[in-house]
Design a binder for this molecule. Structure first.
Ligand code: ZN
Ligand code: ZN
Length: 305
């Protein structure tokens, strides 16, 4: 049962949340979500399903390998051109630019689950951590002190300003491909708009939702292998959906490790793909969890699973 003080605190939090949200900034996000309803109008075909999976997978890779493991944590090294490509792939997810993403995520790690965390579900509730903070004007701008290392790359600053170009480019490519299929392979049942709806709207919305879950759900439910100072947790099904980002308690314990599934049974597809890129010489300097982290799991037998 809730005490009076608890329910009063929740009331204050929810009324201040409403004041802090700027609904105008939610229009693009709402547009992507509502755009999914157009599937009723455009129908479905197997090229549309492939387009949806391809866009989702590309965006997840861009956010996981690019925005998160590279731009926020610098957990591996690469060339300047691949750095830019990772930034573009991340930006296709319509989750703002690489500097914005990195700046806010670095702040999350600095203050995880304290009063100063920008999206802590245990401080400000599930809805704020999942969505509210993104719609708030308080976090519209980047804090340059968190991304000093990236500000010296003019192409990244440029991409951060023109962040809407990559998602727009994805939409144009899908429309062209779908229109080509409609003209030359009509038996496949696809069209330009059908691929845009399934790829850009459904694919991007799915990527939004699983990314938001890493901010909200993985600080609420799941297993805590490590006694970190925050409430981070490992959530296996989110790890499956995000190519490895769901091992969030592992990640908070040792954020500079590129690898987030610390054991072989913790599926971490982003890690495997980066290993392939390492094997062909495109990335290097991949950071791993040091032995002391594995010793911690041995010292706490329940933590090894
Ligand atoms: Zn976190
Ligand atoms: Zn992180």
């Amino acid at each position: 049962m809730q005490t009076k003080a608890e329910s009063r605190r929740k009331e204050v939090v929810s009324s201040s949340l409403l004041r802090r949200v700027n609904l105008w900034s939610g229009i693009p996000l709402a547009g992507f979500h509502l755009g999914c309803l157009l599937v009723i109008w455009v129908g479905v075909s197997w090229p549309a399903v492939i387009a949806c999976a391809a866009v989702y997978w590309t965006q997840i890779f861009g956010v996981s390998a690019g925005y998160h493991r590279y731009f926020a944590h610098r957990s591996f090294r690469t060339s300047r051109w691949l750095q830019f490509l990772l930034a573009v792939l991340g930006a296709t997810s319509a989750q703002m630019g690489p500097l914005w993403w990195s700046s806010h995520h670095r702040r999350h790690h600095q203050f995880a689950d304290t009063e100063d965390d920008i999206h802590s579900p245990i401080r400000t509730g599930f809805l704020w951590s999942h969505l509210g903070w993104i719609l708030s004007d308080e976090y519209k701008d980047i804090d340059p002190k968190y991304v000093k290392d990236w500000l010296r790359f003019p192409e990244l600053v440029w991409l951060d300003r023109l962040r809407y170009l990559p998602p727009l480019g994805v939409g144009v490519i899908l429309f062209v491909v779908g229109s080509w299929i409609a003209a030359y392979r009509p038996q496949w049942g696809a069209s330009g708009w059908q691929l845009v709806v399934w790829g850009s709207f459904v694919g991007t919305t799915l990527c939004y939702q699983v990314t938001f879950c890493i901010n909200s759900v993985t600080h609420l439910i799941g297993r805590r292998r490590f006694e970190t100072h925050d409430n981070s947790r490992n959530v296996w099904f989110l790890a499956l959906l995000t190519n490895g980002e769901g091992w969030h308690n592992n990640h908070h314990r040792y954020p500079s490790s590129e690898r987030q599934g610390f054991f072989w049974w913790e599926l971490d597809v982003t890690h495997y793909l980066l290993q392939v890129l390492k094997a062909v010489g495109l990335v290097w300097g991949i950071k791993e969890p040091p032995p002391v982290i594995y010793e911690e799991t041995r010292a706490r037998p329940s933590a090894a699973s």
